[in-house]
Design a protein around this ligand. Structure first.
Ligand SMILES: [Zn+2]
Length: 54
């Protein structure tokens, strides 16, 4: 449920790289908004999370 994604709030993210889920805050002020996976340490763009319809 990422209908209202804002910086500073925690979100549950499904990592497209390692397929694991984690809770993280959106990194603010970056060119590409997203999260950093604590499992594989790869960057997960916001549009790649489960909350996006695309
Ligand atoms: Zn990962």
């Amino acid at each position: 449920m990422a209908a209202d994604v804002q910086a500073g709030n925690e979100h549950e993210v499904s990592c497209p790289h390692c397929k694991k889920t984690f809770t993280a805050t959106l990194l603010p002020g970056r060119r590409a908004r997203g999260f950093k996976c604590p499992h594989c340490r790869l960057f997960v763009p916001l549009e790649r999370t489960a909350g996006s319809p695309r």
